[in-house]
Design a protein around this ligand. Sequence first.
Ligand SMILES: Cc1cc2nc3c(=O)[nH]c(=O)nc-3n(C[C@H](O)[C@H](O)[C@H](O)COP(=O)(O)OP(=O)(O)OC[C@H]3O[C@@H](n4cnc5c(N)ncnc54)[C@H](O)[C@@H]3O)c2cc1C
Length: 464
Amino acid sequence: MDYDVLILGGGMIGCAVAYELSKYNLNIAVIEKDYDIGSDAALINTATIYDGLECTDTISSSLIRKGNLMFDEYVEKFNVPFKRVGSLYIAKDENQKKYIEDMYSRAKEKNINEVKLLNRDESKRIEPNISDDVIKSLYIPNTGVVCAYDLALAYGEIAFDNGVKFKLEEEVLNIEKMSKGFKVETTRNKFTCKIVINTTSEKELGKELNTDKIEEGRKNNLKYFVLNKKYDSLYSNIIFDIHSSERRYIRPTMDGKIIGAFSTEKSVNYDMVIDKLSSLIGKIDGHKIKMVLDWSLYDEPVVIDDSLSEKGYLNIRAKHFGKVTMTPAIGEIVCKMVVNNFNCILKKDFIDKRREYYRFKDLSNNERNNLIKVDNKYGKVICLCEGVTEGEIVDAIRRPLGARTVEGVRRRTNSGLGSCRGAYCNEVISEILARETNKPITDIVKNTKNSKVALSRIKEFDTM
Ligand SMILES: Cc1cc2nc3c(=O)[nH]c(=O)nc-3n(C[C@H](O)[C@H](O)[C@H](O)COP(=O)(O)OP(=O)(O)OC[C@H]3O[C@@H](n4cnc5c(N)ncnc54)[C@H](O)[C@@H]3O)c2cc1C
């Protein structure tokens, strides 16, 4: 057999499973079709850590709750930015009141006692700026925000340092059950392995091996408005305003910005979001919006199809708005399933630590000077808006599973996420990528194969 375990998909879940299994003496590879790992984590690198009360399906809700409780341990070990921030679900009419009272009942059933139902005055004491027509609210102190991409990277980098092979830009085409183990065919190779863990959520891939039925969930269109400093101190909790077919919320990012978000199954446009968010923050002046981002967000019940676990196939399916929160729980559960069914021995030399990295703008002047003495690339600021240095960009490329695209650098360093949106630094980052990966600039891409940053040379310059 080429491998003991093949993990299909290098998203957040694939990396978490790789990390957990890399603690054991197993020969493991992750196969990912894109240039980078964890690319479904939101580009703004902040996700809400939910409490599980919003979901009515039992599996998703309990995975979220379990994941939430595991977060502090993981982020501390991995040095991933995370903070606990409470949530306030507000009710302005009878429907919303019923919605939050149902959430409260679910909390009581699960013995989650820290959750509180508040009247208007109590709500106002917690958040003085919520609108006067709030009649009731549900306060959950146990939610939080995390740098989701850093979490995926930490899982991936530690798994890599503990011997997991990452096969990027390689698409899985077919999985075939053999008398012993599996044959996995990709765009580049044919592998054999004892165990396949499919985290791609691709409905067609390995369809014949699944036993559970896939339930179709809801797909929502999501728009994020990243707001400017004027809104920074408006709220100290995450404020949710949930209606039957839409969600509006205001949330802090890990780097202190404020996001206004709106999602619905219908199509969403800019004016609609301005209008909908006005119930939470008043009418937004277009000049106060730093960035607008569009995504699809899903709400499918999560399925861990372990019916074949004794034969070696595990499928983790579903796209879900709380999957970052579930990640530590899913990683641990899948690892236990493998360890319980196969003969796995813990490694004695497992390194449970992510390699050091520096955020120049967060350092004191003394620390900055010391760093520049060691590597003068930290003395050259490339992204002026976010204060990102050449040293950080080079480190993002040279690290284990380093960035290979402009977006990969952006996600790892925050470069290009300031008010100029990379107008100045994207070009310099492309040059650094070309230099560090020893490629012509015409081979450097923004994120996907067809997104070249320079189509062709028009003249032979000395640089570029
Ligand atoms: C805008 C946005 C906001 C979100 N906010 C939150 C939040 O606030 N809180 C929260 O808890 N969660 C949140 N989520 C959810 C969370 O970020 C994602 O669900 C999570 O990152 C998904 O991880 P995954 O590993 O399950 O899936 P993916 O990241 O999609 O991983 C699957 C991987 O499989 C690869 N793949 C697919 N087919 C193949 C193939 N044939 N061969 C090889 N590779 C293949 C894909 O390229 C992909 O990398 C958000 C998601 C989005 C998009």
